[in-house]
Design a protein around this ligand. Sequence first.
Ligand code: AMP
Length: 288
Amino acid sequence: MIITGSIAEVGKQVKEWKLNGLCVGLVPTMGYLHEGHASLIEKSVSLCDKTVASVFVNPTQFGPGEDLETYPRDFSHDCELLKSRGCDMVFHPDAAEMYPPDFATWVEVQSDMPKQLCGKTRPIHFRGVCTVVNKLFNIVTPDMAFFGQKDAQQLAIIRRMVRDLSMNVEIVGCPIVREKDGLARSSRNTYLNEQERAAAPVLFRSIQHGRELIKKGERDARRLIASMKELLEKEALARIDYVDAVDGETMLPVNILDTGVLVAMAVYIGKTRLIDNFTVDSSLLSGK
Ligand code: AMP
């Protein structure tokens, strides 16, 4: 497995692969990798000839007071995991390689989409995400790029950016990987102390509760959200940031629960902000 922090070296290697007619997959990450990331790598390895993972804690997607400095890092463990799952190259640049001191160019979806859900409390987040993903696409020139449904708003915004800017890359969404007790895998789970870790599956329980209500015939988004919030509020360590039902493509609020609706939440457990979601599909609506 090639490990490099150099944009030029990535470019040279990918050019050689492409001259040999190979298909290249990209998995962008911020490191501290877990089974959720591993599932993206495995998907890329199964669909592409070569897989590139980027490990970069992108400063431009963190707002003031967020966890940029404390974000967990363990690059040697990341490399072990990536190598064991068949990754061919790791791109691990430092911030100076990605952002020259006079950096001044941004990519932003300028609709209401990035202002919903996480955008309400993280106003510059998706501008940072789109900009860095755009840069990674330019550096790696992947045929396919893999993103987790765990960050459903990010995935939808990236799909929109790719469509709007006619980017020549296929975006592949991958299902949420969970712990045994339902907690969605996240690098930030490491912030949770023992008590908080025991409380954290309340997000998944409220998702299961929401899914059950829909199976039983609930179609009113407001009632569903109120009932999910009620369950979350029973957990003393939980503080709700939002629970919303939105159109899965536009991220705009909906009133009726129909196919393609995204039900998403952000909940603080102690000081740690966790996100989770599910999408309403035809099997849920038919009660299965
Ligand atoms: P991050 O390192 O948190 O920026 O995540 C990198 C990629 O991994 C993103 O596309 C995430 O959506 C995806 N990802 C993170 N956690 C999970 C998970 N539990 N299941 C599936 N994908 C995930």
